[in-house]
Design a protein around this ligand. Structure first.
Ligand SMILES: Cc1ncc(COP(=O)(O)O)c(C=O)c1O
Length: 377
């Protein structure tokens, strides 16, 4: 019998491992008779804030909305300039476009994350109006250096919103991602390190006023029942997702993150072919390995076919830069010409993500490594 294919994520394994606890959480919500914005959401928010080490968490419908709500809570105005990265999920920039912001990009460094020296140079340019928001992404589960992000805030008065969708639990010099921002965003999309059984996300913030604004924004801008004080949206995390997140997923997160780190360490030690290049990790990053990116200097599709023939699935993060997406042009944004962001383009053209999730066995891990090491371009 051929061995089981190795997937990029395994939701069935998660269900099989924790079935009783999932069903118990569903039962609890069903019996409560309360489905939207109740005790489950409130309790999960408290648990998440404590686990993260930030004062306030606000559950919302997805990571895209979480970013939008951060920008709105911080008082974004149409035409505000934003500095972000061209190498991320499109959602990072889509949230900027949705609030009427103007996205601008700087290239990534060799880690694939925003090059903060380029960001510093851009922020120092004396064009008017100044860049108002800085939106870096802790991509792949790596943490950008928070000390430098805080210095950028102090030196340029820019409003920092960290996109933590891929990096829940990651640290820089021991400090949690998200903690350099007044408001940051994360996602509970099922593949994420803390995944729901559907869509979900959260805003985390440091002060009560911002938390109250975010809570109001997610619920039609209400400050009291039927009193709409700000222009809000419908972006509520529902009780069922909150129950599953708080009873099963969040309590598993630390152990699952340790397993991700273990697997990533095995890959980094045992992938031994010059045909598969490991990009460096940012200095002092306590990474949570949401993804395991490698760079293939040779024929990427042939490499993926070689792994597929050995039952190993692969992904691409991300093959088309945000700065080249047609949706940008549709919104009147200039498309970046080829060569504008050479390092990001290098990732777009050469990156492949290997399977990395907490249900991979040691045998699966060895199979992925053997498949890679046997690749002859
Ligand atoms: C870096 C990043 N930002 C934002 C998002 C958006 O999250 P969601 O899919 O929950 O809207 C994602 C997830 O796809 C992401 O990876």
């Amino acid at each position: 019998m051929p061995p089981q294919p190795i997937q990029l994520a395994d939701f069935k394994a998660a269900w099989d491992a924790h079935r009783a606890a999932y069903l118990e959480a569903v039962e609890r919500v069903g019996r409560s008779g309360w489905l939207i914005l109740g005790k489950e959401v409130e309790t999960f928010e408290g648990d998440l804030a404590r686990a993260w080490g930030l004062p306030h968490a606000i559950g919302v419908a997805n990571g895209l909305d979480a970013l939008e709500i951060c920008f709105r809570a911080l008082g974004v105005k149409p035409g505000d300039r934003f500095l972000t990265t061209p190498l991320s999920a499109f959602a990072t920039t889509l949230a900027i476009l949705r609030v009427g912001g103007v996205p601008e990009f700087v290239d990534v460094d060799q880690t694939g994350l925003m090059d903060l020296s380029l960001a510093r140079a851009r922020l120092a340019e004396t064009r008017l109006p100044p860049i108002r928001f800085l939106v870096p992404v802790h991509l792949f589960g790596h943490a950008l250096p928070l000390s430098e992000l805080s210095r950028l805030v102090a030196d340029f008065g820019v409003e920092l919103v960290e996109d933590c969708a891929q990096a829940i639990g990651a640290t820089s010099d021991g400090r949690a991602v998200g903690s350099a921002s007044r408001a940051c965003a994360t996602s509970f999309y099922p593949t994420k390190n803390l995944g729901a059984f559907g869509d979900g996300g959260a805003v985390l913030c440091t002060d009560e006023k911002l938390a109250a604004r975010a809570r109001s924004l997610r619920d039609y801008g209400q400050t009291d029942k039927y009193v709409h004080s700000v222009f809000g949206l419908n972006s509520r995390l529902d009780e069922l997702q909150a129950a599953l997140l708080r009873s099963v997923q969040l309590p598993q997160l630390a152990a699952q993150t340790r397993r991700r780190v273990e697997l990533a360490t095995a890959y980094r030690q045992r992938l031994r072919t010059p045909a598969v290049v490991l990009p460096p990790v940012p200095a002092n990053s306590g990474s949570v390995w949401h993804l395991f990116p490698v760079l293939i200097p040779g024929d990427r599709e042939a490499f993926r076919a070689h792994l597929k023939a050995r039952g190993v699935a692969t992904g691409l993060h991300y093959p088309l830069l945000i700065s080249s997406q047609q949706a940008m042009a549709e919104q009147g944004q200039p498309l970046a010409p080829p060569g504008a962001f050479p390092r990001a383009e290098h990732f777009a053209n050469h990156e492949v993500s290997l399977p990395l999730h907490p249900f991979l066995t040691d045998e699966d891990c060895a199979r992925v490594i053997d498949a890679c090491n046997s690749w002859q371009p």
